[in-house]
Design a protein around this ligand. Structure first.
Ligand code: NAD
Ligand code: DAU
Length: 336
């Protein structure tokens, strides 16, 4: 089997490339990635010499490059995207270009290449926001109600994938998953930023009152969920994927990180809230659990311990990335 993985040099994509090559060593994996600020070939150093792995630097909005990468491909796993909500607030244009137009280009080329499956990686953010303190959760039937330029662009890409299925018969599946954390996460998202700030002796910025709730999914568990959908999922179906059963607020998560790292809560710094900040996400993962027998393998605490250990052991990986992101940090965290 030949897989085309888009965005394979990013956080989840690179974990997926590792995961697939180790669980399916007979398969060929082509990683197609533009190498934006978020793409990093350091993530893939240990698979570089694997004869079943190939890297192509290219942009998913470029039909010529995509068409050539698509040759002989059986399965497309589409991770490539602009992914950071705060960056989408500062500059939405590239989000629409990559996430919507890029997806459309891939869909066109996947149809021409007659791929057996187009798997689209999406997010729970397309569903909008839930009330704090309710038992309500997002599931496969939840209507779309995105609030940020990022989530609106991902919603657009999800609709396009379904439209290509309905209109042209493209065999597709979609997963809408919650917040991933783990190895190789760019240190500007909450977990990577919090852990590396603590290592550097800095404060951890918490937006607003810190009571916003996210569902946290360990990245290896997300890779296993995508594998389950590729191997056993039904064509034309969507699966929502989450890592938790109970709500955990951002403040509680940051306190867990501080406690696991032997620090106290005076390292928390409350900062200006994100505009349009969704209050609560919670994901019902019953369908993927019952149909495909998938469930998360680690608790939040176990996943956090692994993640903290990884960042502690890899300062050479994250320090240069934080350095490169200084311009973004200055803009995003500027005082009101
Ligand atoms: P990331 O930002 O770490 O990586 C994105 C990758 O896409 C990078 O390697 C980048 O170079 C590449 N890319 C960007 N624009 C491109 C283009 N025009 N052409 C080719 N490659 C391009 O992202 P991530 O956090 O690993 O997210 C991967 C996917 O999962 C995205 O589709 C995202 O929407 C989705 N998702 C992420 C999370 C999360 O918590 N990180 C949760 C749910 C869904
Ligand atoms: O829900 C899935 C989504 O999770 C993915 O689709 C996105 O690609 C991914 O970036 C992530 O989006 P979030 O906005 O939820 O993740 P982020 O790590 O940016 O923020 C997590 C929560 O923490 C959110 O409520 C905002 C808050 N936060 C974030 C940062 C960076 C802080 O309080 N302080 C911070 O400095």
């Amino acid at each position: 089997m030949k897989l085309l993985v888009t965005g394979g040099a990013g956080f989840i994509g690179s974990n997926f490339v590792h995961y697939w090559l180790s669980h399916h060593p007979e398969d060929v994996v082509i990683n197609f990635d533009k190498l934006t600020y978020a793409g990093n070939l350091e993530n893939l150093k240990d698979v570089e010499s694997n004869p079943n792995y190939q890297f192509i630097q290219g942009d998913i909005t470029d039909p010529v490059a995509v068409s050539s990468a698509m040759e002989g491909v059986d399965i497309v796993v589409h991770f490539a995207a602009e992914t950071h909500v705060d960056r989408s607030i500062l500059g939405p244009g590239v989000f629409l270009q990559t996430n919507i137009i890029g997806t459309q280009v891939l869909l066109d080329e996947a149809l021409k290449a007659k791929v057996k499956r187009f798997h689209h990686i999406s997010t729970d953010e397309v569903f909008g926001s839930l009330e704090l303190g309710t038992a309500e959760k997002f599931n496969e039937q939840t209507p779309y109600n995105p609030h940020s330029p990022y989530s609106a662009s991902k919603a657009g890409s999800d609709h396009l994938v379904r439209a290509y299925g309905d209109t042209y018969g493209l065999p597709y599946t979609i997963t809408n998953c919650s917040n991933n954390y783990g190895e190789y996460q760019f240190p500007e998202k909450l977990f990577g930023l919090a852990i590396t700030n603590v290592i550097e002796g800095k404060t951890v910025p918490v937006y607003g009152d810190g009571l916003n709730v996210r569902d946290w999914l360990y990245v290896q568990d997300h890779c296993a969920a995508v594998e389950a959908v590729l191997l056993r999922g039904r064509e034309g179906e969507t699966y929502t994927v989450g890592g938790l059963k109970d709500d955990v607020s951002n403040l509680e998560v940051v306190k867990m990180i501080l406690q696991l790292m032997g620090k106290n809560e005076n390292q928390i710094e409350y900062v200006k809230d994100r505009p349009g900040h969704d209050r609560r996400y919670a994901v019902d993962w019953t369908k993927i659990n019952q149909e495909l027998n998938w469930s998360p393998s680690v608790t939040l605490e176990e996943g956090l311990r692994k993640t903290i250990e990884w960042y502690q052991a890899h300062p050479d990986w994250w320090k240069p990335l934080k350095e490169k992101a200084q311009g973004f940090f200055a803009q995003n965290y500027k005082k009101a």
